[in-house]
Design a protein around this ligand. Structure first.
Ligand SMILES: [Zn+2]
Length: 204
């Protein structure tokens, strides 16, 4: 059976970076709902126009918008999948459990990155105005295309987003814990985290 890795944790905890490093190891596809939604806003697609305000302020987008995006990705992928940014609600978790039956073996990576480290990471995070690549402020401009570095609009609201996450999203981990194996990863040590996840995949 194929594996579905759920990257679970607060905004800015290093989920995206961990996911990218796992993809580099091969045979995995990363589906980052935040990137897909932000891209739709940037391209001003009908969907993007509808969700622009929510995405820019870091508010959770409705299930009827985000569920089909995830379902389509699961249907189209032929190998293992990494989910970044989903599920974020109990209703999404229940939906995902249904989709996984007989198709995917779930595994959850739970980010344990300390809040203080998250705040300092976010203050250094920039996004390329042209291509959307995430990078450090120290780079000066986009390392991929040379585009201008800007602060992600939802990063400017990080304190509020962390509070929202701790109140409404984080409690889901107790239910995930009853469903599948959980690997704790500190986002300040991604190298070690990648090794732990790969070791766990091999033992599946
Ligand atoms: Zn760029």
């Amino acid at each position: 059976m194929r594996t579905l890795i759920i990257l679970f944790g607060p905004p800015g905890s290093g989920k995206g970076l961990l996911g990218d490093k796992l993809v580099e190891q091969g045979q995995m596809l990363k589906v980052a709902t935040g990137d897909i939604l932000r891209n739709a806003v940037k391209q001003q697609t009908p969907l993007g126009i509808k969700i622009a305000r929510s995405v820019k302020s870091g508010i959770l987008v409705d299930d009827d918008i985000v569920n089909p995006i995830v379902k389509k990705a699961l249907d189209e992928a032929s190998g293992n999948i990494i989910l970044d940014g989903y599920p974020r609600r109990l209703s999404q978790l229940i939906t995902l459990k249904g989709w996984c039956q007989q198709a995917f073996e779930p595994l959850c990576v739970y980010m344990t990155t300390p809040i203080n480290d998250i705040l300092s990471r976010i203050s250094q995070r920039r996004i390329c105005e042209l291509c959307g690549t995430t990078h450090f402020a120290a780079a000066g401009c986009c390392p991929k295309c040379g585009g201008r570095s800007v602060v992600r609009e939802d990063d400017a609201l990080i304190t509020q987003r962390l509070n929202d996450y701790l109140k409404t999203v984080d409690p889901l981990i107790d239910i995930i814990d009853q469903w599948c194996r959980i690997i704790p990863v500190n986002g300040m040590d991604i190298t070690n985290g990648v090794q732990n996840v790969l070791a766990c995949l091999e033992s599946f």
